[in-house]
Design a protein around this ligand. Sequence first.
Ligand code: GTP
Ligand code: MG
Length: 604
Amino acid sequence: MQRIILVGKPNSGKSLLFNQLTGLRQKVANFPGVTVELKSGQFDEFELIDFPGTYSLNSLSRDEQIAIEKLNIAVHDEHTSMVVCVLDATRLERSLVFGLQAQRLAEENGKSVVFVLNMIDEVQKHGFEIDVDGLQQALGAPVFALSAKKLIGVAEFKKALPALVKQGKTSHHDIPEAREKVIERARNISKQYGIQADVVLKSQNRIDRFLLHNVLGGVAFLAVMFLLFQSIFTWATPLMDGVEWCITEFAHWLTALIGPGMISDFLNDAVFGGVGAFLVFVPQIMVLTFIIGLLEDSGYLARAALICHKPLSYFGLSGRSFIPYLSGFACAIPGIMAARTIESPRKRLITMMTIPLMSCSARLPVYALLVAVLIPEDATLFGIFDFRGAAFFGLYLFGIIVALIVSLLLNRFTRNQSDEMDMPFILELPSYRVPHWKPLFHRVLNSGKYFIRRAAPVIFIISLCLWVLGYFPQGAGLQGSFLGQIGHIIEPIFEPMGLDWRYGVAIIMSFLAREVFVGALGTLFGMAGADDNIAGLAANIQADGLTLGAGLGLLLFYVVALQCVATVATLRAETGKGSIAWGLMAAYGVLAYIIAVVTFQLVS
Ligand SMILES: Nc1nc2c(ncn2[C@@H]2O[C@H](COP(=O)(O)OP(=O)(O)OP(=O)(O)O)[C@@H](O)[C@H]2O)c(=O)[nH]1
Ligand SMILES: [Mg+2]
């Protein structure tokens, strides 16, 4: 199959164009360095490959190096027929530095080149027009002006591309090799055909004067972060109540239909109690995805990274660590992958090792459940903020603080002379944009679907096993059941945390996946006879008398413990060392246990 490769400056809209051409849904966001791996899809009869963005052929960061290596391989490959180079029309000069280098590389190897002048809608919005024919002449290759977002010119491009690929017309232009010369030519071309950069920058600067201000910028940053975590709780509550109501009503209806007996016990305890208790929290994960998506699409993230650079560098991290950290709030795995954009190998390693301390969405159900148990519903902070929301913020903050302390220690232990010379922190600030709503809503829906698909089967199987072990021998009650007997053996481990064996079983099971904690507890409490309040697990736990110290200790345990096999596998792949990955799992496990025990002893 003939291959088309899609290259260009970071944040120029390659992935969005890739999605429009292939119908796939690769991640698109408004900051440089979103795509860190090659992604492949099909367009027409061709294979289309989306590359990570690169500023030039001599780059330092890991993701760009990978892209450059792969680009070199691709242009030598006989299957590659065309290089499509995406230019950001609002930042023509910067796009052309890599664009011209890529054109030279492609033409040297006999591949044809086409330029896409993307973001043309933003140029038009400012009342400008670009002389596409002139630009075409200057570059000596076809140029398609389009907007991958507003779909201007995309249909024409789709129509013309196959013929151009088949034609395979290659030409040779005299493009200089030296970087300075390339920069000079890029500047000349953009001066002649591009729009004046300050037109676009003006409105951006006005906002940045506030958001990047020494003091106000910091305050705005903290406010944004606080609102983020507050809203996870407050926005999601009505949705969660809705889901809970539906599950409870359905459970009552179905069990009434079936009548009492073993099947009805099973449905109540394992299915509605276990899987149902977990489903209640899915809206929260969707709200979190929505808010992170808003931040990513608006262009604020790059500013936040800039604000955080100085404070983060005290801990041996870089401003570039911020975006991987924030991705870690959704899930550690893409967060660890995103760390590839960090230039310094040591900072990259420290960032990867501490990302698992960012509270990922799998912890949300556990937090929400225990916070609901420990804090009364109508408690407010200063009469405005929901106390439960503030507690959420506190938990996330605790994870961040532990991550910073661990980074500081790792930085002390691994520092050596050679990397004392820090590279300057350079990050391109993207334009502020209105979020692209449709993909954002798709992403939100997908996050819910993905979460259910990933966790529900595991929770179902575990609930089933727990239920069988807890139901038999029949009539012995939960305490006398097989599960109870096993539970009593492990109980001494959890006693110092102030927890009985039922929590112990749920904690051990949650090393498979954190969400299992909620499902397992749901099943266990369901079997203990509290089944008139099926999905209302929080109320059941409250009635059972979980103490504040033990509950708080348990929460902090979940903040710190690394209970995710997939994360360990990713850490192993990205660091190249299994010992680091498994070592971290053990170390965070022990630390979490100690924190929980100390909290229980202090608070009780
Ligand atoms: N206004 C406008 N925005 C666009 C257009 N194309 C892409 N964008 C936005 O530009 C941002 C970057 O898009 P991506 O497709 O992620 O860019 P990329 O080139 O793949 O970036 P990297 O993966 O970081 O190299 C996103 O916020 C897109 O919504 C366009 O034609 N017009
Ligand atoms: Mg991309």
